[in-house]
Design a protein around this ligand. Structure first.
Ligand code: ATP
Ligand code: MG
Length: 436
């Protein structure tokens, strides 16, 4: 006897055996002499076949009166059946209702007509029962595990830094404030300052996978207020291309390993994980500006411009991922910790990693010398006195270093082909949504 929760997928190999399955009642159809109940568990749907004259009459009555999506447990014998979806059906000997669903359902699980995203998110527990939605989170979990493994293989130490802060990393515009025992405090927008401090602590290679909070006022398909940031910081690097090499290696390795795992498990999203040509193309920011016909405009790319650059980059290099390199200092003026080139102070050692026009990560070489760092802080209009403990790390021996911050939700959005970043999180948060 299989314990309940054994995958319905396994039933194909269990013809003739007695098993017990449990799951949500997807559908019940009575057709004269026979009736079919479709029971969905974590791996798929099993057809339970009831036959008049053989099956206990009470079972028909119970299922007749039971709402879709109720949870049932069924015991029975597995029989081969050409007509059913998995090539087997279950002939029940016992049926138990574990939890009856109410009617009507606020959201259909098997409806062909797609529901609005807001309705889906309002009733996310039902939405997540859809195999296609669940597949996104299987991809996410696989990718996360593979990214973590790719970091560890490269000698990175996993760390966790505080999310309750006295000071934000940069400007205060997107900081959430909290009342910390009567003192103002903030939710971390990024672990930026702490991961740099850990390089000062001699940890050499660190990474963190943790929530980041940003009070994004704009309602876009790529911004949420709580996202998962995958941050890395590396000591003793001076060439930004070495940092890019690590980032591209980690992303490409994780995508390759995830494709293998998802192909093996039959995920519908496996095909969306491309074999990535390496190295990813490097496109200087100035080249992208040239493509756009606005050289030296002194501002970052708009969403439309990012898209146009993405189309051109994919056309020219045949790679969905590419780096935009050598960001001008004027564009990174607020990024006080970004290293400005010694031979060309108008250019930073900063880059973005984009996927078809969607920014996935930002990073680069940081300024590790105290004096230029203080000058950058003042130029950004920030008071160094507010950054005491961060600056202390630079006063007692700070290796040259660099790193990046990558938005996991955007990476999942890109690889799963989701139109809206909200679909990449189980319970997304945005300006208008604080529940469920
Ligand atoms: P954008 O310009 O798209 O708003 P950003 O440049 O402000 O992003 P960074 O500070 O560079 O973002 O953060 C590093 C990464 O974190 C980004 O490349 C992105 O993948 C992710 N990220 C930043 N803000 C958000 C957000 N509000 N929602 C989801 N992901 C985000
Ligand atoms: Mg950025």
């Amino acid at each position: 006897m299989l314990p309940p929760r054994r995958l319905s997928r396994e039933l194909a190999e269990r013809a003739g055996e007695s098993v017990r399955i449990a799951g949500h009642l997807e559908e019940y159809r009575a057709l004269g002499g026979v009736a079919f109940a479709l029971v969905r568990d974590g791996s798929g749907t099993t057809q339970v076949t009831l036959k008049k004259g053989t099956t206990e009459p009470a079972m028909f009555t119970v299922l007749e009166g039971l709402a879709r999506e109720s949870v049932v447990e069924v015991e029975g014998t597995v029989l081969r059946s050409e007509k059913s979806r998995r090539g087997v059906e279950l002939v029940p000997s016992r049926l138990e209702v574990l939890s009856a669903a109410e009617v009507p359902l606020p959201l259909g699980v098997v409806d062909k007509v797609p529901a609005e995203l807001n309705t889906r998110l309002d009733h996310r527990v039902l939405d997540l029962r859809k195999p296609a939605v669940r597949a996104v989170f299987e991809l996410r979990a696989e990718l996360l595990a593979q990214l973590r493994a790719a970091f560890v293989r490269r000698g990175f130490l996993e760390v966790e830094t505080p999310k309750l802060l006295r000071q934000g990393a940069e400007g205060g515009a997107t900081l959430f404030s909290v009342d910390y025992f009567g003192t103002p405090a903030f939710l971390a927008q990024s672990p930026q300052l702490y991961k740099q401090m850990l390089i000062g602590a001699g940890l050499e290679r660190v990474f963190e996978i943790a929530p980041a909070f940003r009070a994004e006022p704009s309602d876009t398909v790529r911004h949420i207020t709580e996202f998962t940031s995958l941050d890395a910081e590396v000591g003793y690097v001076t060439d930004p291309d070495e940092i890019r090499g690590l980032l591209e290696g980690i992303v490409a390795d994780a995508v390759d390993a995830s494709r293998e795992a998802l192909t093996a498990s039959g995920s519908p999203l496996a095909g969306g994980l491309p074999k990535l040509p390496r190295p990813f193309p490097r496109i200087p920011f100035a080249t992208a500006e040239g493509w756009l016909g606005r050289p030296g405009a002194g501002r970052d790319l708009s969403t439309e411009e990012e898209k146009a650059v993405g189309e051109r980059a994919v056309r020219e290099y045949g790679s969905p991922f590419y780096f935009l390199t050598d960001y001008p200092t004027v564009v990174k003026a607020q990024t006080f910790y970004a290293w400005r080139r010694d031979d060309d102070p108008a250019t930073t050692g900063y880059f973005d990693l984009d996927y078809r026009g969607l920014e996935i990560a930002s990073g680069g070489r940081r300024e590790h010398r105290l004096e230029p760092l203080l000058a950058n802080l003042r130029a950004a209009g920030l008071d160094p006195a507010r950054f005491g403990s961060y600056l202390e790390a630079f006063r007692f021996g700070m290796p040259p270093h660099g790193g990046w911050g990558l938005g996991l939700d955007r990476l999942v959005q890109a690889l799963a082909g989701l139109p809206n970043i909200r679909e990449s999180r189980l319970f997304p948060r945005d300006r208008y949504r604080l529940e469920p």
